[in-house]
Write a protein that binds this ligand. Structure first.
Ligand code: GCU
Length: 366
């Protein structure tokens, strides 16, 4: 079974440049709503249905591992409300934040089984199901956010990958989302070069590519789910982690790991997943849903950029020390090159890699 992959317009991201620490210019309120079922959201959906996303006849559970302030959560709530409106209350969405439904590595099995209908998932966790997802999770793969967006808009080229789990796992990838620039942070010292990571235990997402990446960058990799990281940093089980500024601030890692260093080693996607049979069961409403998902992804991407900039400012305000200009990014790039060389090892990955290179040429780093 092959389901439709979405077209995600990138207009909202066109003016955004890739700053090493995930900074950008925004100062808007994109990430500051609480994501509730507000009447303004209903108005934005253009309607006056007698229901909201959470009171429709069939409500999809959507699992999320970050806070309700995150633009992906806000976009999910709005998607649910718009879906309820557009389908006369036949379908809606209830989003669950803060890993309420479990860690990504666990929930993805519930998606497969149909116990949870939808989720956002970090790219590396997808490698456990289809290792070809690795291409977009490799360090220093994309030269700019615009290059990343161009690749994710190429629905034709991605269709095979995004539908690759439908027959075996009952999972459809609805689309890829921008999820920030990831940098290393820790409680011991600012990082400027690979040798600075020597002996430091750094949390990574649960995938072999991420473990190998941190090892090559000079650290000791420790894969774990997002929800355990704060405690592990606090108790010294971990010295640090690597993530974008939104996680660093929103999950309060800045309290327990005060050095955030602009290694800018990852620009990797999140994906929005749905159970394949659930999607197929929507009948005529499926296309309506897919169109709304496309809008939701654009909203989440646009909101993310502002959220990241606000997050960095908030962490600095709280006393975290950011270092960027003195980071030897070239040395980190050289260190991880073997991972890229060994990972692009079959025709599927070669063609995805080629796609990224073309996008990088069209949208180089600024
Ligand atoms: C980011 C990403 C998540 C991921 C998380 C992590 O926040 O958006 O999907 O789970 O990093 O490092 O676990």
């Amino acid at each position: 079974m092959k389901r439709t992959v979405l077209t995600v317009a990138a207009a909202g991201l066109a003016a955004i440049s890739l700053a090493a620490c995930g900074g950008g210019g925004g100062n808007g309120d994109g990430g500051s709503t609480d994501g509730g079922d507000s009447s303004s959201t209903e108005e934005a959906a253009g309607g006056n249905a007698d229901c909201t996303g959470t009171t429709a006849d069939k409500v999809f559970k959507l699992a999320f591992n970050q806070t309700e302030q995150h633009p992906q959560y806000v976009a999910a709530v709005e998607l649910g409300n718009k879906l309820a409106e557009a389908t006369d209350c036949r379908y809606g969405i209830q989003a669950y934040a803060n890993e309420q439904l479990g860690s990504q590595a666990d929930v993805v099995n519930d998606i497969s089984a149909g116990a949870v209908e939808m989720m956002y998932i970090g790219g590396p966790v997808m490698e456990g199901f289809n290792p070809d997802f690795i291409v977009f999770n490799l360090p220093y793969m994309f030269d700019s956010i615009e290059a990343q967006q161009e690749v994710f808009e190429n629905t034709e080229a991605l269709a095979e990958l995004f539908s690759s789990l439908e027959d075996t796992k009952n999972i459809t990838v609805l689309g890829a989302l921008h999820s920030g620039v990831r940098n290393v942070y820790n409680s011991v010292r600012p990082i400027t070069k690979p040798a600075d990571l020597d002996g430091l235990k750094i949390r990574v997402q649960q995938s072999d590519s991420q473990v190998k990446m941190i090892e090559l960058m000079g650290g000791v990799a420790s894969p774990m789910g997002q929800g355990e990281v704060y405690g592990a940093l606090q108790t010294g089980v971990l010295d640090g982690a690597e993530n974008n500024p939104t996680v660093y601030n929103a999950l309060k890692h800045d309290e327990v790991a005060g050095y955030y260093s602009g290694t800018a080693h990852l620009l990797i996607p999140d994906y929005l997943l749905i159970n394949t049979e659930v999607l197929a069961s929507m009948g005529d409403d499926e296309q309506v849903f897919l169109d709304l998902v496309s809008e939701a992804i654009l909203d989440a991407n646009t909101g993310f950029i502002e959220f990241a900039a606000e997050s960095q400012a908030a962490s600095e305000e709280a006393g975290a020390v950011f270092n960027t200009d003195d980071v030897d990014v070239a040395a980190f790039k050289e260190a991880v090159q073997p991972l890229i060389d060994e990972s692009i090892n079959n025709p599927v990955r070669e063609s995805l890699y080629e796609l990224v290179q073309q996008a990088n040429e069209a949208h180089p780093a600024k």
